[in-house]
Design a protein around this ligand. Structure first.
Ligand code: HEC
Ligand code: HEC
Length: 362
């Protein structure tokens, strides 16, 4: 009888505790009485795609994403390179890591990775949970070890509540940290660009004349590789050898030793293939290509128009009938139409939505 009573009260306390977390989950985490965070309680589910994100795990991931303590000397957070106002990319060819060392490649945007199957320009990761933690241990980017990371998070008071809300107790470990980062990064979903609206409704009023002419050109010359949601294929899109000398990922700049593709990841040497990137919010992610060689979309279009370089691994889709690199002969107006179309892939809300913004009151 006595046991039953105790059990019941534990259950009802449990329910109450659960209820109170759900009801007033405002994370008013404080340090010395001062609030540390802006609102952390949001719904991250996308009704249209029927995604299911745990908002407490996302909240933890969001704080981690913006927290400089994830880097060795407290200088950089994920957001130092992945900037929300740039669709989570960076505006320099190569970003600066914790010791001001340059990253080996251009920082990509982070949209719709929830649906991705490979990550990084060379596809060295096949799992978002692994991909999000790799930068923390990268000696260029954040320079941490697993022990340091876990010890640090363990020592910071505000993580006690965040981890408990997310996982039930306050223990920090690598699996939880990467799960939370992946939940946050994965929640960055865009299905609301102008092109999405057009594809969903086929309403011809949505695209301007230039944009819709640009769409035709894109279908003719680009869509075989770049699908609407981004692709996971690898190919050589005909660039000149890499322009970063002495870079282990990039080769030496010597054309016989070009190393811009999957070499490091899978030992597939000298093929110049890289992952076909997503073009979502492409208007905000300049500079372009794995090495950030092009500053503008005009330069990118110029590349495909008449600068495709011939090599043995050049993708057949960029060759003319004679087997030589394509020369699209685009008129100036067609180049402008292509650019206008590319900009329809932008969903500005990604760059301003509070749910993915810096949660710290700084
Ligand atoms: C110093 C700059 C820098 C920091 C800090 C940084 N990243 Fe990155 N991130 C990059 C670069 C550069 C790449 C591309 C690297 C490559 O492909 O070789 C990248 C790639 C990624 C990718 C793969 C994207 C894709 O499309 O495949 C993910 C996911 C990612 N970063 C998440 C994070 C997270 C989470 C953090 C914080 C824990 C973080 N990054 C910190 C620069 C940075
Ligand atoms: C044969 C496949 C292929 C075709 C066709 C193709 N691309 Fe690409 N595209 C790629 C690959 C691969 C990359 C990444 C190359 C790199 O980073 O070195 C890329 C990169 C880009 C980028 C830069 C993305 C970023 O995040 O930096 C843009 C913009 C782009 N392509 C637009 C176009 C347009 C416009 C067309 C048509 C005129 C086109 N592509 C045709 C394979 C292709």
């Amino acid at each position: 009888m006595k046991t039953t009573t105790i059990t019941l009260s534990v259950i009802s306390f449990g329910l109450f505790a659960l209820f109170s977390i759900v009801a007033c989950n405002d994370y008013s985490v404080t340090t010395n009485g001062e609030a540390k965070f802006k609102n952390l309680s949001f719904d991250y589910n996308n009704a249209e795609l029927e995604t299911s994100f745990d908002s407490d795990i996302v909240a933890l991931g969001r704080v981690l994403f913006y927290d400089e303590i994830l880097s060795k000397n407290g200088n950089v957070s994920c957001a130092s390179c992945h900037k929300q106002n740039l669709a989570f990319s960076d505006d320099v060819a190569l970003s600066e890591g914790f010791q001001k060392g340059k990253t080996l490649r251009n920082t990509p945007g982070l949209i719709n990775l929830q649906f991705g199957e490979t990550f990084f320009w060379d596809a060295r990761s096949h799992n978002l949970r692994d991909a999000v933690i790799m930068p923390v241990f990268d000696h260029n980017e954040m320079g941490m070890t697993e022990e340091e990371l876990v010890a640090r998070i363990d020592n910071v008071e505000y993580y006690d509540d965040l981890i408990t809300n997310a996982f039930g107790d306050k223990n920090a470990n690598k699996a939880r940290i990467s799960a939370a980062l992946a939940e946050f990064v994965g929640s960055i979903i865009s299905v609301d660009s102008e092109l999405d609206a057009f594809l969903k409704t086929s309403d011809s009023n949505i695209l301007s004349q230039d944009e819709s002419d640009g769409l035709m050109l894109f279908e003719q010359h680009c869509n075989t590789c770049h699908t609407a949601l981004g692709d996971i294929e690898f190919t050589n899109n005909g660039q000149i050898p890499d322009n970063h000398n002495n870079n282990p990922y990039m080769g030496t700049g010597n054309s016989s030793l070009v190393n811009i593709g999957l070499e490091i990841a899978i030992g597939d040497f000298n093929n110049r293939r890289v992952r076909i990137p997503s073009l979502r919010n492409i208007g905000s992610t300049a500079p372009y290509m794995h090495d950030g060689r092009f500053e503008t979309l005009e330069e990118v279009i110029e590349h495909y128009d008449e600068n495709v370089q011939n090599t043995s691994s050049l993708d057949f889709r960029l060759k003319g009938d004679d087997g030589r690199p394509q020369d699209l002969n685009l008129k100036e107006e067609e180049k402008a139409q292509l650019k206008a179309f590319l900009l329809t892939l932008s969903d500005d809300s990604i760059e301003t939505d509070e749910r993915w913004s810096d949660p710290f009151i700084r």
